[in-house]
Structure formats: structure tokens, C-alpha cells
Design a protein around this ligand. Sequence first.
Ligand code: C5P
Length: 211
Amino acid sequence: MKVLINAGPTRESIDPVRFITNHSTGKMGYALAAAAVSAGHEVTLVSGPVALTPPAGLKKLIRIVTAAEMAEAMKQAFPAADLTILCAAVADYRPKFYSSSKLKKQDGGMMLELERTEDIALTLGQLKKPGQLLAGFAAETDDVEQNARKKLTEKKFDWIAANRVGIPGSGFGSDTNIVKVYAADGSMIDLGSGLKTELADRLIRIFAAGK
Ligand code: C5P
């Protein structure tokens, strides 16, 4: 199977010195890429800036920095993919104006105007052709199931892997995660807690088996 995976955060620059990002380390996405390679799939990994070594045996590694670059790379690679897994924590907002010179601090506060980035998942969900499989992730602090099911429908995912963030042993930076997989047919598989590497193996098996 041709598998496309995105992973890690994006960085949205404010000026040459500062940027907006999030706590994603890329561990879950890189574990999925490694698991997919081990299972014999042809894997393209599109990665934001992370401190991880890419798994051996990738067909292609595309490094990007911004949400716009992530969107470009994903739209280009998507048509050839049988299975696409969206594990990246793409910035939802970027600074509306980029200052090419370093902003100087002043007394008092400052306002930073933000604009929306493209929702890559939503775009790919609309481009999806019959036979293509699309899986997403939902990192939630509250109402995990309700939010996950809403995203599953809105983004036309075949599956969404939901995990809690903000609790020990799950989410950003951790080597472990707690995952439930909701499928478009309404079913749910509770994978419980485990190492991201073990969960990745099971997720790849579920996704590669198809709908
Ligand atoms: O709506 P939310 O960002 O929580 O949905 C999470 C899912 O959407 C993840 O699979 C993530 O990779 C994807 N996403 C995206 N583009 C964005 C924001 C999120 O593809 N701009």
C-alpha cells in the first residue's frame, strides 16, 4: 500500500526571531511511519520541525516548516496515496503580518493579529476519491468522544484516533498514549494505553485492513 503520513508541528513566523508553534514532538507520527515501513508499505512522511531521526526505509521524506508548506506537500502527494494518516499538529492560525525586521519591545502589552491557515484535513477529505482511505487524529482536553466524532464527519475521515492531552501518559511529548479509534461506520475500538510504537503497529493494521 502507498501510505502518506504527516507528523510534527508547524511554525508560523512573527518576525525573523519569533514564531508560533505547539507542543507536538512528532513521536506518534514517526512511530506510525516506522510501523508502516515494517509492515511492508511504501511510506511518504511529511514532517514539520522535530528532533527525531526519521525511520529507515521511507520512500520519501519531505521536510516543511509552515502550515502553508505542509498543505502544498500534502496536496501534491495525496492523489497517489492509498492510505493517508494526518498526525501533524498543524497551526490553525498564523500571524496576519510578517515583520521582516525584528519587532522591538515597548512598554505595555501588544496585540498580534492572526489569520486562519488552511485546514488540510478538510481539503483532503473533499479531494478523496473512492478507494482512498483517510485517517486523522484528534488531540483533545475535553469531551474527547463528541469532538472526535464531529471531526470524523466534518473532515470525511474513515477513522479518527482520539487521544487526551493534558494528562500524564498521553499526548504531546510522551512515549505513551491513550487512544480510541472511531470509525465512519459508527464503531469504536478502544486501544487503551500503551507505547506509541505499539499503538502505531495496531493502528497501521486497522487502517491497512480498510473499511
Ligand atoms: O480540528 P482539529 O485540528 O482538532 O483536527 C485534527 C485533525 O485535523 C488532525 O488529523 C490534524 O492533522 C488535522 N488538521 C489539518 N490541518 C489543520 C488542522 C488540523 O490537517 N490546519
